[in-house]
Design a protein around this ligand. Sequence first.
Ligand code: G3I
Length: 318
Amino acid sequence: PASLRAAARGTGVRIGTAVDMTALADDAAYRAAVAREFDSVTAENVMKWEAVEPERGRYDWAAADRLVDFARANGQVVRGHTLVWHNQNPAWLTEDAFTPAELRKILRDHIRAQVRHFKGRVYQWDVVNEAFNDDGTLRDTIWLRALGPGYIADAFRWAHEADPKAKLYLNDYNNEGINAKSDAYYALTKQLRAQGVPVHGYGIQGHLALQYGIPDTVLPNVRRFDALGVQTAFTEVDVRMQLPADQIKVQAQAQGFTSLLQACLLARHCVSYTVWGFTDRYSWVPDVFEGEGSATPFDEQLQPKPAYHALRNTFLLA
Ligand code: G3I
């Protein structure tokens, strides 16, 4: 098969990428690769709150709609990212400008408006993103402070009312293996399900770094969520390294990518595997981690790296 997408067909796992909308508009080779290699797309930035409601009450869906239209034209599904987060919120949304009751209404209106807008066109939503600290305590955010821990259940209920067919996910990083953070997600998911809260999925971002190693309890972690009856998805996989890259590092990187894919293919209800950008030409990593990069399966010339071939071969074995 000539592509990841072809190799993934019939495995039950979709292969996705985050999409940079500027690159999609300006770079024909990038655009062709998104269409050829992937059957699921996620907006890297344009579905975040600051992008869709830059001024209070003025919604701007233009860029997000362009991605949804591109996906439809190419037979792809769309993961929605993200409804509730502590980052990339609009500048007008500050804690001191509103009372807790107002913030609750603002959050509800935002979730309703966004999920309704994309109803039937987004098949999974990252409803609450990065709610926990690595030690398993709830992250101190505008939402936790104003609304208390119940904001999580409320967000899922509001999203479900707006599109009862969409699969609704929790999503985080450093939660691949069994650790304090994934334990907290396990306990929360179990509790929410017992209360009838419509949470359907556990999202594992999968931002790995070679220097920290590849987590080794990914499969048992994913399987315990299987047992709770929820889906799992790898939502933002990349494997960064200290630059310069060399042959050994890119080989080790391929192992990082495939170890997460193997866990997904071995699990019962792991439905998608998404990379957070597929080419080093546009990756977020060098902007955030000084001296690091080369985190994706294609190099800056859009040539496939060992990770690309390893992912494709892994799909073919499944
Ligand atoms: O759009 C502005 C542009 O107008 C301006 O000139 C430029 C100058 O810095 O900034 C541009 O905005 C940047 C935006 O990406 C779009 O490129 C922001 O500065 C930059 O902070 C933002 O970074 C994004 C980051 O989330 C912010 O939190 C990354 O692209 C995006 O890959 C990253 O994605 C997150 C997931 O949503 C959640 N999980 C972690 C993941 C990686 O951090």
